[in-house]
Write a protein that binds this ligand. Structure first.
Ligand code: ADP
Ligand code: MG
Length: 248
């Protein structure tokens, strides 16, 4: 089966978003196929986070359609919670609830939102923590973890509900440089296991090595998109070249 015949898991089609008079997204179209890693790159303020927030229904779009597994999730009749249950999200920082242990952070949504029995939620949390090298941090509070450990725990928390899609919004941007590698290694491992990921990042090396598709946003519009070897190594647009020259 050729890739064109697949229905994308996530389809963003002509998405427009205004904040007051300010048009922040100018008709964005971007597809994510199942098992793909798609990275969104672009300067600060280009609209990456807003786009991710639209996918997670934290923002109401002004035009366009977003479908997840073929369902129009931007239809106003859709229950946002029902959509968010299928999406795991990790932000730049402050993902974990500070007043809860790592284990409680991870088991909260599976137990409360998904009705997973406590034993099962705990077993899965321990298994995931072990996989990311945090087995000994289960009972710690977030402020006792390094930034990199917090982000790995946040990824575990996002995975605990077995989401269809993972949204990662600049998850390494707030980290000290020496902590970035461990977090990116984990994302790469998830990608190798077939997780479907939409990720805003400034890590061009990572995008080049791991992404299937790179989308360059410029002032709320997709200036170019395609395979990393094209967009990152041989961009057609002067503004993409300028951006890459600045970040690499
Ligand atoms: P990026 O993640 O690429 O840095 P953002 O999506 O955060 O970009 O922001 C895109 C633009 O939208 C910026 O100009 C930002 O100031 C504006 N913006 C983002 N969120 C809001 C908001 N809640 N209200 C008003 N303007 C916003
Ligand atoms: Mg952002």
């Amino acid at each position: 089966m050729s890739i064109e015949t697949h229905t994308p898991m996530l389809s963003i089609d002509g998405v427009v978003k205004f904040f007051g008079e300010h048009q922040v997204l100018r008709g964005i179209s971007l597809d994510v196929q199942e098992h793909q890693v798609v990275t969104v790159i672009g300067s600060s303020g280009s609209g990456k986070s807003t786009l991710m927030r639209c996918v997670n229904l934290l923002e109401v779009i002004d035009d366009g359609v977003i479908t997840l597994d073929g369902q129009d999730i931007t239809d106003p009749r859709v229950d946002p919670d029902q959509v968010r249950r299928r999406i795991g999200v990790v932000f730049q920082a402050y993902n974990l609830f500070p007043h809860m242990s790592v284990l409680d952070n991870i088991t909260l949504a599976p137990r409360v939102v998904h009705g997973v029995p406590k034993d099962q939620a705990l077993a899965r949390a321990h298994e995931l923590l072990a996989r990311v090298g945090l087995a000994d941090k289960a009972d710690e509070y977030p402020d006792r973890l390094s930034g990199g450990q917090q982000q790995r725990a946040a990824i575990v928390r996002a995975l605990a509900t077995e989401p269809r899609l993972l949204l990662l919004d600049e998850i390494t941007s707030a980290l000290d440089p020496e902590l970035v590698g461990d977090v990116l290694r984990l994302v790469r491992e998830l990608a190798e296991r077939g997780m479907t990921i939409l990720m805003a990042t400034h890590e061009m090396g990572f995008a080049r090595q791991v992404a299937d598709h790179v989308c360059f946003l410029d002032q709320g519009a997709v200036l170019e998109q395609g395979p990393p070897e094209q967009v990152l190594a041989d961009p057609t647009q002067p503004r993409t070249r300028e951006f890459l020259a600045r970040v690499i």
